[in-house]
Design a protein around this ligand. Sequence first.
Ligand code: MN
Length: 270
Amino acid sequence: MTRPPPLDAPADRPLILVANDDGIDAAGIAALAAALDGLGTVAVVAPFEEQSAVGHAITVRDPMRVHEWPFEGPRGPMWARAVTGTPADCVKIAVQKLLPRPPDLVVSGINHGPNTAVNVLYSGTVSAATEAAILGVPSLAVSHAAWRPDDFEPAGRVAADLAARVLADGLPPGVLLNVNVPNRAHDEILGVRVTRQARARWEEEFEERRDPMDRPYYWLGGRFVDLDGGTDTDLAALADGFVSVTPLHLDLTAYDHLDAVRALTSETHV
Ligand code: MN
């Protein structure tokens, strides 16, 4: 194993943190780190093992270990650390402990599979970017809308273009961008659409099986159903061959319903 070089992060170049949820050895994060290499100093801090669908979980009951990790970039070995934790853990510990200064940008991905509609809530990829927004660092989550992607290059080019703009212009505080790239060659992507999350859900089935002791166990499967049908959604953009860019924010408060809930609680005696 080659020892990764120490992180040299000169103050006159942007420092870009790359994270993901598919694990540090995933093909998508290698493509992302390579695509961003020209924009600044890239540091990779990613989960030791795959953490897809862990959402915004953090590790509080177990110790976390940080391993120096061999990570090959386009110009040689890159600075990389594997963390025995979740995507949100990776961003927290990178920003607060591992990096010599706060990063200028966090990019999470490139996820193997889309993160659209309600899946944003389950996604570890999005949660790494969300954690960055909580810490006050501009961030993007980037996903490739193919479950078995073989070519991350188009999504890498899209990520680099958007990352350059966000480095130059910033993002509003507490807002992150959720980017989904269609499963097409770069010159067959029709453009970029700014979208909203589609209303959709999983029609789930828990398949019941039996272990060798004849005890039941369950395996979650299902079918993803678009209940929306709108043309301005993340799902519609991908289906039409466009990159989908959805601005997300951290505040889940249902502002339109504050008055209704005030009425609902008006006779609650405390
Ligand atoms: Mn994933």
